[in-house]
Design a protein around this ligand. Structure first.
Ligand code: FAD
Length: 412
């Protein structure tokens, strides 16, 4: 299946890949995070011209910036009433993450579906051809084709483009939503198991049972500031996909208690790269992280993740005045175990990784460490501990908790 090569036409990374750059972007965006954001956020002026949205999602995704500090900055700049819309959007992310954390089955089911559908693509020529046309931007639907290329070339799409793209994928092209979510996941610099999977499920009508999102040509013309004609016919209705077997909340996983006196190392990963804004339960003596990311992302996403990982590890080493080691990603469980044993650590602290591939790798690392008598102790940020237990029902219920969340303690 041929995808448009990323970085053709000199496309460049337009999103902050270091904390310093992300803080500068936040600072520059803050004046527009109040009523201007509420009025204009749905309008997408196109790549290189966007002023109505922050473009911070890749940085927030890897926690070069945490949701809490972004929300507090907007609150301080505008007050709750004027900043409410921006605060709600930032908190959607916390909500999705909390929802998925208590329901890992939604992610596991999605991953199994993607594996099955990828095999099906090779066996079913008509599905394969329709899928190829969609991901290479050759469907004849002008906005959709533009977005497919924009995604591959920049690793980013505006929220409205994501909603319309997903809707056209599912209801006009009648392709399986899981393959669309996988296409997004491989390319988006902010690709997040929670926001992406649940965003697609929401459009498909699986997340809010029976409620789908139908893209309309008029809305696309308006929100794209007239950039697209949308002459090709789009689906006129969006019937919900057949209901799936229910996903019951399994509760948030309990975390092991740290020993505050045990000599400890800190293992960093791409789920949280601002260790200096966290509170760790024991003194950090040395730091380790993978030498690079693994998996099969698009080149631009890989480059972004590696750059942010480098930045996060260098900052942590400076902050804790500790030696930082980069360990081979292919043999991480063994390499971390040897590193911890060499330093005489009885526990390795690590920022909590929510449901997703990093959490799966940490689980394997925990097993290898345990064999050597060393504990892996994930540490959850205070923001996540406060927010996630409330992501039990819909966002409407969660929303009511946001003022209390913001009134709560400091970062960490
Ligand atoms: C099908 C689909 C897939 C998506 N996949 C992802 C994904 O993988 N990763 C991701 O971070 N977001 C995802 N989103 C949400 C949203 O589109 C992006 O967060 C947003 O477009 C990022 O641009 P921005 O930083 O300029 O946002 P801004 O409008 O400036 O918003 C500020 C921040 O709030 C958060 N945010 C805003 N809108 C949402 C939302 N609807 N859901 C969750 N968080 C939000 C982001 O962290 C964002 O950086 C998806 C939405 C849809 C409909």
């Amino acid at each position: 299946m041929e995808e448009p090569p990323a970085m053709r036409h000199g496309a460049k990374m337009d999103h902050p890949a270091t904390r310093a750059e992300a803080l500068a972007r936040l600072e520059a965006f803050l004046p527009r995070a109040g009523r201007l954001y509420a009025a204009n956020r749905n309008f997408d002026e196109g790549p290189g011209r966007r002023t109505h949205v922050s473009g911070l999602s890749p940085a927030i995704r890897r926690r070069l910036l945490c949701e809490e500090e972004v929300a507090r900055a907007a609150l301080n700049a505008h007050g709750f009433a004027a900043a409410e819309k921006f605060l709600l959007e930032v908190c959607w992310r916390s909500y999705w993450r909390g929802w998925l954390e208590a329901r890992p089955l939604a992610w596991q089911r999605y991953c199994a579906d993607v594996a099955r559908l990828n095999e099906e693509l090779a066996r079913a020529p008509s599905l394969g051809a329709a899928y190829s046309a969609a991901i290479s931007g050759q469907t004849g639907i002008d906005c959709f084709d533009f977005w497919a290329r924009e995604l591959a070339e920049t690793g980013y799409l505006h929220n409205h483009a994501r909603m319309s793209f997903a809707s056209i994928w599912i209801f006009t092209l009648k392709l399986p939503w899981q393959l669309g979510a996988d296409f997004f996941y491989r390319h988006l610099l902010d690709a997040c198991p929670a926001s992406n999977t649940l965003g697609w499920r929401w459009v498909a009508g699986l997340q809010t049972a029976g409620k789908t999102y139908l893209a309309s040509a008029d809305t696309i013309r308006r929100t794209s500031c007239g950039r697209f004609r949308v002459d090709a016919p789009l689906a006129r209705e969006a019937p919900p996909l057949p209901p799936e077997a229910p996903i019951h909340p399994a509760g948030l996983p309990a975390l092991p208690e740290a020993d505050p006196d045990a000599p400890s190392g800190l293992f960093l990963h791409t789920e949280d790269l601002s260790a200096e804004t966290m509170v760790f339960p024991a003194p950090v003596r040395a730091i380790a992280g993978p030498d690079r990311i693994d998996g099969d992302p698009a080149d631009l996403k890989r480059a972004y993740a590696n750059a942010s990982l480098d930045d996060g590890i260098v900052r942590a080493a400076t902050h804790f005045a500790a030696e930082a080691s980069r360990l081979p990603v292919d043999t991480l469980p063994e390499a971390v175990t040897q590193w911890a044993a060499r330093h005489g650590f009885r526990q390795v602290l690590t920022p909590c990784a929510p449901v997703g591939p990093v959490a799966d790798r940490l689980a394997l690392m925990g097993v290898a460490l345990a064999r050597a008598g060393i504990r892996l102790v994930p540490v959850r940020r205070a923001w996540d501990s406060a927010a996630w237990p409330h992501a039990t029902r819909g966002f409407f219920q969660f929303k009511g908790r946001i003022p209390a969340l913001l009134a709560g303690g400091g970062a960490g």
